[in-house]
Ligand binder design. Structure first.
Ligand SMILES: Nc1nc2c(c(=O)[nH]1)N[C@H]1C(S)=C(S)[C@@H](COP(=O)(O)OP(=O)(O)OC[C@H]3O[C@@H](n4cnc5c(N)ncnc54)[C@H](O)[C@@H]3O)O[C@H]1N2
Ligand code: MOO
Length: 457
């Protein structure tokens, strides 16, 4: 992956050029009247509950995240081991005693040692911080996991650790009876592992689409990811694994925007197997375009990047947060026409915001219609007075930040939770996005700020 960040508008254009011809072809060839979702009765898989009205509150039985986990691909360390380091000096070489991929239960870390750790993996007992691989020597996992690694700077305890419960505490009501289920709420239900018997709705009806609908294949990756509803959450929570939130989140979002979404979860992180599975899926499902989630950043097991960089997909970083690491291109598979594929980052907020920033505008331009027959419309913008708890909030100066926010009818807007891209519940409860432009590193209480509304709560 190139270290240079791509401009957000330039990347949106790249996605437009990739998707627009495929959407036009889909309209020309697609018949009408595809079933949007076959939904009868009071229970259905999460993906088919879009728009349904809850008949009972949805209460989180577990906290999210389940366990302290790494925000970065890098090294789990005890910050005390690096406390004496002086920047510019030789640093400290430490043995790499383990590799903690996401989905594993790690052994405790002994003082004076380090473990390679991937994004989303459980932080071992004894580790108090994560050092990104770029800040260590060697500074990449491209040549495998080294036997030892050198650190040159101290690190604050807690750095790049996402603590258990930082998104959602067990016992919290995430949605109340009478509320309609939006894609983002359904994403939280999926992250909690809720299955079709766990979400009670007033009624589920079958929707027939009367307009042509492009078919999108939505796939998740990652050995740590388990389909919701297949294992009790309380059992999964101690295993190092998590529930797949992204396919529900992406598929219901794309359904809401007028696409026919088909979800698949390839079973392992082996690149050759991944290409074989994808070839089979393309042959049988004949999608118009593909969205994948995960496996695109700096880790040692980035399946999407490893598998697809030789099949027409290129990987880069966009100057945006969330949604920095991205892959895109015309997927070349033997025996098939090239097919647009967007490889989205795995953090739930990152993958949803990638659709918001790059895919939704193209769908709007292509004239997609929702189930209600209305055309998908551009977001409505607003200018409102910012209310901050503290006087100002720093943000990465070089990146466009798309902060989740809540705007009220009196014209006040508040940021909902912090910038971190695992905060899916906060995303579900936001009703607006506030872009913090490149170059802005302070926001002030009371300042006027622009944003756009998110319909559907
Ligand atoms: N050393 C570095 N590490 C990371 C960087 C970086 O620049 N240097 N970038 C970070 C950013 S920003 C993002 S975003 C993530 C992107 O990671 P990947 O796209 O490779 O995705 P994974 O590592 O597979 O997963 C990331 C995160 O998301 C969770 N995940 C994945 N799939 C799902 C799913 N279907 N449902 C719910 N959650 C999912 C996964 O468990 C991880 O926690 O990389 C950072 N690291
Ligand atoms: O930029 Mo990542 O996409 O945390 O948030």
């Amino acid at each position: 992956m190139s270290t240079e960040r791509l401009d957000v508008d330039a990347y949106r254009n790249r996605v437009r050029h990739l998707l627009a011809p495929a959407l036009r072809r889909a309209f020309d060839s697609s018949g009408t009247g595809k079933t949007l979702a076959s939904r009868q009765g009071h229970r259905a898989p999460l993906q088919h509950l879009l728009g349904a009205q809850l008949s009972e509150d949805v209460v989180a039985r577990v906290s999210l995240p389940f366990f302290d986990n790494s925000q970065m691909d890098g090294y789990a360390v005890n910050a005390a081991d690096l406390a004496e380091l002086v920047p510019g000096a030789d640093g400290r070489e430490m043995p790499v005693v383990a590799t903690i991929a996401a989905g594993l239960r790690p052994e405790p870390l002994q003082p004076g040692t380090t473990a390679a750790i991937m994004t989303g993996a459980q932080v071992p007992e004894g580790a108090t911080a994560v050092v990104p691989v770029e800040d260590a020597l060697p500074s990449t996992f491209a040549d495998g996991i080294p036997d030892s690694v050198r650190f040159t700077r101290p690190v604050q305890p807690g750095t790049f650790i996402r603590s258990a419960g930082s998104d959602l505490q067990a016992g919290t009501v995430i949605a109340t009876a009478g509320q309609r289920l939006t894609p983002r709420l359904l994403g939280v239900c999926a992250a909690l592992g809720l299955g079709e018997t766990d979400v009670a709705v007033e009624s589920v009806t079958s929707l027939e689409a009367t307009h042509p609908r492009p078919t999108v294949l939505v796939i998740s990756t990652g050995d740590e990811v388990v389909a919701p509803g297949t294992v009790p959450a309380t059992q999964l929570a101690g295993s190092g694994k998590i529930f797949d939130a992204n396919t529900t989140l992406l598929a219901t979002t794309l359904t809401d925007y007028g696409c026919e979404a088909v979800v698949r979860r390839p079973s392992d992180d082996n690149p050759e197997q991944f290409v074989a599975t994808l070839t089979e899926l393309v042959a049988t499902l004949k999608p118009d375009f593909i969205l994948s989630s995960g496996g695109v950043s700096a880790g040692a097991f980035e399946v999407v990047k490893l598998a697809l960089q030789t099949h027409g997909v290129s990987f880069s970083k966009v100057a945006m947060q969330p949604g920095g690491p991205q892959g895109s291109g015309l997927l070349q598979l033997p025996g098939h026409d090239p097919l647009p594929l967007l490889a989205l980052p795995g953090n739930p907020v990152s993958c949803w915001i990638s659709v918001e920033a790059f895919v939704r505008p193209v769908l709007v331009e292509a004239g997609l219609r929702r189930a209600t027959s209305e055309h998908l419309s551009p977001r409505r913008t607003f200018t409102a007075e910012l209310r901050l708890e503290t006087a100002s909030e720093p943000s990465p100066k070089a990146l466009l930040q798309l902060r989740r926010a809540h705007v009220d009818e009196a014209g006040h807007v508040e940021l909902v939770a912090g910038p971190s891209s695992h905060l899916l519940t906060a995303l579900a409860h936001a009703n607006a996005i506030v872009p913090v432009p490149v170059g802005v590193d302070h926001l002030s209480n009371g300042q006027q700020i622009d944003g756009w509304h998110l319909e559907n709560g």
